[in-house]
Design a protein around this ligand. Structure first.
Ligand SMILES: CCCCCCCC/C=C\CCCCCCCC(=O)SCCNC(=O)CCNC(=O)[C@H](O)C(C)(C)COP(=O)(O)OP(=O)(O)OC[C@H]1O[C@@H](n2cnc3c(N)ncnc32)[C@H](O)[C@@H]1OP(=O)(O)O
Length: 193
């Protein structure tokens, strides 16, 4: 099966699939409930950026001849795994509170130390969540600086909740904090700015 078929390009991956654990499903349902009054919104997620989404940006940073070939093969890092093996996640935003929440189940191909989530994979999803929080306000955003404290290891295949919060905006700079808690909220695994 061709991976980049039309169907895959338009598919929204931020919905339950059979690889989801009961814990992830329950969290998803909780947040979908919060979406009912319009205060929260589920953010759809695709493997490729919609065409033209950041064409100005690409034009500035990519060689035009390489661009077409590159962008047709390009895939969002966090959506480049088979179902259940990598990042299974959904983001929700609350624009009034300038917050983005990400519910995540980290699959077996994200292993670092045996049985644990890879630190770089944790950073990746923190970057994506905090980046999305900034992007709700800015248009095109890039990460200039990312600080992280790894407080407690994250067991592989467990479910965690990321909370990104815009702390302040200074001209074109956005300062975002982000925490990673266990699904039950009892353990603070990681905190970042
Ligand atoms: C990973 C998964 C992604 C999932 C995505 C989901 C898709 C959904 C779609 C969309 C969601 C968006 C989610 C995006 C999340 C991912 C973002 C990334 O990972 S981006 C890749 C890594 N980052 C770079 O490659 C930037 C490389 N750096 C640069 O390009 C430049 O340094 C840049 C643009 C950041 C700034 O450069 P200048 O030339 O525009 O401006 P100057 O004057 O240097 O800085 C402006 C201000 O910022 C401060 N600044 C610059 N660097 C700083 C730093 N390291 N720390 C603190 N402040 C810094 C400076 O002091 C200055 O402040 P003063 O205006 O004077 O107050």
């Amino acid at each position: 099966r061709s991976f980049s078929s039309e169907k895959d390009i338009h598919k929204d991956y931020a919905v339950p699939n059979p690889t989801w654990s009961e814990d992830l499903r329950l969290l998803y349902e909780q947040f979908m409930k919060k979406c009912e009054d319009g205060s929260w919104e589920r953010l759809p997620s695709y493997r490729q950026h919609p065409a033209g989404g950041c064409s100005d940006f690409q034009a500035r940073h990519l060689d035009p001849s390489a661009m077409k070939e590159l962008t047709s093969r390009a895939r969002l890092f966090t959506r480049s795994f088979e179902d259940g093996l990598g990042f299974e996640y959904v983001m929700f935003c609350n624009d009034a509170e300038k917050r983005v929440v990400c519910i995540l189940q980290g699959g077996p191909h994200l292993q670092g130390m045996p049985g644990l989530f890879h630190g770089g994979a944790i950073l990746t999803i923190i970057d994506a969540t905090a980046g999305m929080c900034a992007k709700r306000i800015g248009k095109v955003v890039l990460t200039a600086n990312l600080n992280v404290n790894f407080k407690r290891p994250i067991p592989l295949c467990s479910v965690v909740v990321l909370n990104a919060q815009l702390e302040k905006a200074e001209g074109r700079k956005f300062f975002v904090s982000c925490t990673v808690h266990s699904g039950d909220g009892r353990t603070l695994h990681t905190e970042a700015t």
